[in-house]
Design a protein. Structure first.
Length: 88
C-alpha cells in the first residue's frame, strides 16, 4: 500500500509543478491511503484553491485536506472585526 501512496504523492507533486499559479516550492504533500494533505503557505487565496483542485484531479486521490495557509501581507489594513476587537 505504501508504494501506491508514493505514486499518488508523485502524481500530485507533478500536477502542482505544472500549475504556474501555485508556488510549489512552498508546499508539501503527504498521502495516506489515497487521502492527500497539502500544506504550506501561499500569498493569494486563489493559489490555495488551485493547489487543492490540482490534488483532487489526480487519479487515485480519494480526498484532500487543505492545510495551506495564507501569508500575512505587510501593511494591510486590519479587517473590521479586528478593529472592533481592539476597542474592547
Amino acid at each position: 500500500m505504501r508504494w501506491q501512496s508514493d505514486e499518488v504523492r508523485t502524481r500530485v507533486l507533478n500536477a502542482l509543478y505544472w500549475d504556474l499559479a501555485v508556488p510549489r516550492h512552498r508546499l508539501s504533500v503527504d498521502v495516506e491511503n489515497g487521502w492527500v494533505t497539502v500544506s504550506g503557505m501561499v500569498d493569494r487565496p486563489y493559489q490555495r484553491t488551485c493547489a487543492e483542485s490540482d490534488a483532487r484531479s489526480v487519479p487515485g486521490v480519494l480526498g484532500v485536506t487543505n492545510q495551506i495557509r495564507l501569508a500575512q501581507a505587510q501593511g494591510v489594513e486590519p479587517q473590521a472585526d479586528q478593529v472592533a476587537e481592539s476597542w474592547h
